[in-house]
Write a protein that binds this ligand. Structure first.
Ligand code: 13P
Length: 259
């Protein structure tokens, strides 16, 4: 099945950077550069505090909005947390879940990520489920087992008809913010393994519709080759998403491949 049944998605994960005014400025630049094309999906994921300002800037453009996390419960006594409904109210379409930084620093488990993912889908948010191995896991040969656990754990209870609203991001932990990128072949191997897993869990047709993004030091220089791989359907960009021109160049690489 051709990869072009899937629309490329280039998502910027701004992490804990930029206040609301700075976020709005960056979003304005991004929207100016890539907000008019429709071949490739583009989304930016600012900090919670910037969502409203960025939402106003990207309204009416082809740049959509995502959050970086959410709580699994609908509402209640969870001081400091934010619900799916609150994110929808601010026009979020996506929510990043299970990022390795949340798994590492906030000890999020697959079960917690799964609970959030089911809530997100119920609340009409498209989850971007992050999975990826550490260097130690790769070197010890446990990589595919780790990925399997994270994919199966994260997707538990997701029905076949909801699967196409899920985006998976493969982010090898050793490649995040380090300047070390997985080679296109290394990334493709894992992406293909994830799609095979999805085929086993659902079926070939459902697996073929899921977008699997690569994340980890993706930049304009390496994006064309990564995005050309059969099972790489976009990118989750950290550092390079904070520079409008670099982010737009990555979107441009996807547009070229999709044209
Ligand atoms: P970098 O692009 O900075 O390596 O970050 C990747 C990432 O963690 C995106 O979620």
């Amino acid at each position: 099945m051709s990869k072009y049944i899937r629309k490329y998605l280039i998502a910027g994960n701004w992490k804990m950077n930029l206040n609301a005014a700075e976020g709005a400025d960056l979003a304005k630049e991004v929207a100016g550069l890539v907000g008019h094309q429709t071949l490739v999906g583009v989304t930016v994921c600012p900090a919670f505090t910037s969502l409203e300002a960025v939402a106003k800037v990207v309204e009416g453009t082809n740049v959509s909005l995502g959050a970086q996390n959410m709580h699994a419960k609908a509402s209640g006594a969870y001081t400091g947390e934010v619900s799916a409904e609150m994110l929808r109210h601010l026009f979020c379409s996506f929510v990043i879940l299970g990022h390795s930084e949340r798994r590492e620093y906030f000890k999020e488990t697959d079960a917690e990520v799964n609970e959030k993912l089911l809530t997100a889908l119920d609340g009409n948010l498209k989850p971007i489920l992050c999975v990826g191995e550490t260097l130690e896991q790769r070197e010890s040969g446990a990589m595919l087992e780790v990925i399997k656990q994270q994919v199966e754990g994260g997707l538990a209870g997701v029905s076949k008809d909801k699967l196409e609203n899920v985006v998976i991001a493969y982010e090898p932990v050793w490649a995040i913010g380090t300047g070390k990128t997985a080679t296109p072949e290394m990334a493709q191997e894992v992406h293909a393994a994830i799609r095979k897993l999805l085929t086993g869990l659902y079926d070939e047709g459902a697996a073929a519709r899921v977008r699997i993004l690569y994340g980890g030091s993706m930049k304009p220089e390496n994006a064309p080759e990564l995005l050309a791989q059969t099972d790489i359907d976009g990118g989750l960009i950290g550092g390079a998403s904070l520079k409008a021109s670099a982010f737009a160049d990555i979107v441009g690489a996807a547009v070229k491949l999709a044209s």
